[in-house]
Design a protein around this ligand. Structure first.
Ligand code: SAM
Length: 348
């Protein structure tokens, strides 16, 4: 089958296998990408109309026990100034976001032992008791089943844990041997069983990635049926072993977003800051490729520079909460508007 026919059959609801996904990725020309984006954008509109969901992102700690080779806050990077926000600072971020109309708070951080179950549960309970109408999303990496259970009980609604790559071999190229794909996948399965709305995802163009790796990612996403998928281009960070690697391409990221929207028409799909970092129109192009979520940064201005996962991360302007009016104008240029809803996954 030709690339366009494969995309059309995915659009029509057929499942593809990894070899078919790999063929689309390998053979995709400019025309095919435009076709995939048009189909995906139509699916987004059919499901969500002109509404884009917002998530207020609080990067509350950059301490991390892990040593992912691609990440600027990896344990081995001694050039980064480490910080952790106090409960009071996190509550200030919450209030700022709440009064700006945001109804989802994403707490993201490195794997920081300070934020043990007791402290994390207290934080989640405090947020929920102040604003019961807020959805709390956690993105704090791999923890035990018991920990995920306690956090869910404390009121956490959603959990983002990118699988990073569904290929065992590729995973081992991106992480030290103490971190395994098997554990990451087990965590994702557990989170789903515990009733979280779960997000997996991957970087596009990470070192050693092949078309087959991305095809495996898509096949995994098709099978796992996550409620959310986080996809952004890999961007090198100067103080990591991948400092001299090339960034992922905007076009390939757009293709992945489109294919994920076609695989799961109801999925919650952010147009990521990494995409906006690589291209001035990145955020809008992501939406035109089927994304329906934007995550404005609520972190205090004085720590944003220290949560640098990759170089030149966009950290002022539209991706920040101060820029909501400008974001509204930007979205209007592509016929979209900010939703005031909590934006749960359809069916939740
Ligand atoms: N520690 C949590 C975890 O492991 O899921 C959440 C924080 S982690 C920094 C969030 C995501 O940033 C990762 O899942 C990864 O995909 C992304 N990331 C890290 N370094 C990156 C880079 N150099 N380029 C693009 N994305 C990157």
């Amino acid at each position: 089958m030709k690339t366009k026919e494969l995309i059309a059959s995915l659009d029509g609801g057929r499942r593809l296998d990894a070899a078919e996904f790999a063929q689309i990725i390998t053979d995709c020309g400019a025309d095919d990408l435009a076709f995939a984006m048009n189909c995906a954008n139509a699916k987004r509109k059919a499901q969500f109309g002109d509404e884009i969901y917002l998530r207020g992102l609080v990067e509350f700690t950059n301490y991390c026990r892990n040593d992912c080779l691609y990440c600027g806050i990896r344990r081995s990077n001694q050039q980064v100034e480490r910080y952790r926000l106090t409960t009071e600072q996190i509550m200030d971020c919450l209030e700022q976001g709440y009064s700006a109309g945001l109804r989802t708070l994403v707490l993201q951080g490195g794997e920081d032992a300070y934020f043990n179950d007791e402290r994390m549960c207290a934080l989640v309970s405090e947020i929920k008791s102040r604003h019961p109408d807020i959805a709390v999303t956690l993105s704090i990496g791999e923890r035990s089943r018991e920990s995920y259970r306690l956090l869910r009980e404390a009121g956490a609604d959603r959990y983002l844990l990118r699988h990073e790559t569904a290929s065992e071999w590729h995973y081992a190229k991106l992480h030290p041997s103490s971190q395994t794909l098997a554990n990451r996948m087990e965590c994702l399965k557990t989170l789903k069983e515990l009733g979280y709305q779960v997000g997996c995802g991957m970087m596009v163009g990470s070192p050693f990635q092949t078309a087959e790796c991305l095809a495996q990612d898509l096949a995994f996403i098709q099978e796992f049926r996550p409620q959310m998928v986080g996809i952004g281009p890999f961007i090198p960070h100067n103080a990591t072993p991948f400092a001299n690697e090339r960034s992922g391409s905007v076009e390939q990221t757009l293709l992945m977003l489109s294919l994920v929207r076609l695989i799961h028409p109801k999925v919650l799909l952010p147009s990521t800051t990494a995409l906006a970092t690589l291209h001035p129109d990145g955020r809008c192009r992501g939406i035109l490729a089927g994304a329906n979520v934007v995550m404005p940064n609520l972190s205090p201005l004085n720590v944003r520079d220290n949560y640098t996962l990759y170089d030149n991360k966009a950290n002022t302007g539209l991706e920040a909460v101060e820029g909501l009016a400008a974001l509204e104008r930007e979205l209007a240029t592509i016929g979209c508007r900010i939703s005031k809803a909590r934006g749960d996954a359809p069916g939740f």
